[in-house]
Design a protein around this ligand. Structure first.
Ligand code: NAD
Ligand code: MN
Length: 355
C-alpha cells in the first residue's frame, strides 16, 4: 500500500480550522479507498510561532518539508503582526525556497452555488489562472532608505527574467493544450510598463510557436477584469504575472460564488521539491475562531494535491463528493448565504466520500 507523506501547515486564522478539516477529508478518502494511506506531519508555524521564537518558521524549516510528497497549507496572516512579515516569513519562504514557480488556480461555478453575475451559467465560467509565482512584482527586490526623513525613498522592483517568463509561458501553453478548448489568454500591461511586460509579450509569442494547436490571445489586465465580468465564456486558461494573477484570481473566485471555495496549487513542475496546496483565501480575521470558515477551498486544494501525486481516481471521488455537498444549500456556509458550520460541511464531505 502506498503511503503519502503530507506536511500540514495550518498557519494563522481560519487556516487552523480548514487545514485540519482537509486532513479529515483526506483520511476518510484513504479509508474508503484502502489502496493508499497518508502520513501527516503538522507544523505549528505562523503568528504564534513568531510570538514565541521571533520568526514565522525555523531557519532550517524547509529541511523538514523537503522529503514530503506534498504540503497542505492554510494561511499566513495575524492581526497583531505586519502582513509583509507573516507572508514573507512563511508562505513566500516556502514558495520561493522550493521554486514553486507555477501557481495554478482553477475556477468553476460548483453545483448549487450562484454566481453574482446575472448572465452567467455554469458552462460560461470554467477557468484556470496560471500565476507566475517566483519573481515579477513579488521578487522582493527593492529597498528603503532615509526612513522617517522627508527624503525617504522606497522601491519594489518588478524583476522579470527570460528563464522565469519562458518557463511559466511554457507551463501555461501546456496546461491550455491539455484542456478541451485549447485556449490561452496572456494577460499583460505592456502599454504602461514598457520593459519587463514588453519582454513578457515577446516571450509569449516565441513560446506560442511550440504550441501550434493552442489558440491564444493577449489582453491588458485592466480590460481583462471587464472581460471576466461581461464575456466569461471567452476565457479558458489565463497566464498572468504574480501581482496581476493575484488580483484576477480573487475576482475569479468571487464571480464563481465565494473566496472560500477557490483552491490553488503552488507547483514545482520539475518535481525537484514538494509542491504546496492551499485555499486562495487568507486568515479571515472577521470570522476566525468561530467555526464558520468555508472549508471547500481547502477540500478542492486537496483534489489538486491528489492529482499531483497521481491519485487521479481519489481526486475524482473527492471532487464529486464536494459537488454533491455544494449542491445542497443547507450545507452552505455564511459566505454563500447559508448557515452551515465548518464541521457540518466537513462531515458531509467525509460521508460523501465514504459512500
Ligand atoms: P481574507 O481572504 O482573509 O478575507 C477576505 C474576506 O473573505 C473576509 O471577509 C473573510 O471572512 C472572507 N473569507 C475568506 N475565506 C473565507 C472562508 N474560507 N469562508 C468564509 N469566508 C471567507 O483576505 P484579507 O482580509 O485581505 O487578509 C487577511 C489576512 O490574511 C492578511 O494578513 C493577509 O495578508 C492574509 N492572507 C494570506 C494569504 C495566504 O497565506 N495565502 C492569502 C491572502 C491573505
Ligand atoms: Mn491573494
Amino acid at each position: 500500500m502506498k503511503t503519502y507523506k503530507i506536511a500540514c501547515i495550518p498557519g494563522d486564522g481560519i487556516g487552523k480550522e480548514v487545514v485540519p478539516a482537509g486532513q479529515e477529508v483526506l483520511q476518510a478518502l484513504a479509508v474508503a479507498s484502502s489502496r493508499f494511506t497518508f502520513d501527516f506531519e503538522s507544523f505549528g508555524w505562523g503568528g504564534d510561532w513568531y510570538r514565541a521564537h521571533g520568526e514565522m518558521m525555523p531557519k532550517n524549516g524547509l529541511d523538514a518539508l523537503r522529503n514530503k510528497d506534498a504540503i497542505l497549507f492554510g494561511s499566513a496572516g495575524d492581526p497583531d503582526i505586519p502582513d509583509h512579515i507573516t507572508l514573507w516569513g512563511l508562505r513566500l519562504k516556502i514558495c520561493q525556497g522550493f521554486d514553486q514557480y507555477a501557481n495554478v488556480r482553477p475556477t468553476r461555478i460548483l453545483p448549487g452555488i450562484e454566481s453574482p453575475l446575472k448572465r452567467c451559467t455554469r458552462d460560461d465560467l470554467n477557468w484556470v489562472i496560471v500565476r507566475e509565482n517566483s519573481e515579477g512584482e513579488y521578487s522582493g527586490v527593492g529597498g528603503r532608505a532615509h526612513q522617517g526623513h522627508p527624503i525617504e525613498v522606497a522601491t519594489d522592483v518588478c524583476m522579470m527574467t527570460r528563464v522565469g517568463v519562458e518557463r511559466i509561458m511554457r507551463f501555461a501553453f501546456r496546461l491550455a493544450q491539455s484542456r478541451p478548448r485549447k485556449l490561452l489568454t496572456v494577460v499583460t500591461k505592456s502599454n504602461a510598463q514598457r520593459h519587463a511586460m514588453v519582454m513578457w509579450d515577446e516571450i509569449a509569442l516565441q513560446i506560442s510557436k511550440e504550441f501550434p494547436d493552442v489558440t491564444w490571445d493577449k489582453i491588458l489586465v485592466d480590460a481583462c477584469t471587464d472581460r471576466m465580468v461581461n464575456r466569461p465564456a471567452s476565457l479558458d486558461t489565463l497566464v498572468a504575472t504574480n501581482l496581476h494573477a493575484d488580483v484576477l484570481s480573487d475576482l475569479a473566485a468571487a464571480l464563481a460564488g465565494s473566496l472560500g471555495i477557490a483552491p490553488t496549487g503552488n507547483i514545482d513542475p520539475e518535481r525537484r521539491y514538494p509542491s504546496m496546496f492551499e485555499p486562495i483565501h487568507g486568515s479571515a480575521f472577521d470570522i476566525m475562531g468561530k467555526g464558520l470558515a468555508n472549508p471547500i477551498g481547502t477540500f478542492w486544494s486537496c483534489v489538486m494535491l491528489l492529482e499531483h501525486v497521481g491519485e487521479t481516481e481519489a481526486a475524482q471521488t473527492l471532487m464529486a463528493a464536494i459537488e454533491r455537498v455544494t449542491a445542497n444549500p443547507a450545507l452552505h456556509t455564511g459566505d454563500l448565504g447559508g448557515r452551515a458550520t465548518t464541521v457540518q460541511v466537513t462531515q458531509a464531505v467525509c460521508a460523501a466520500v465514504s459512500r
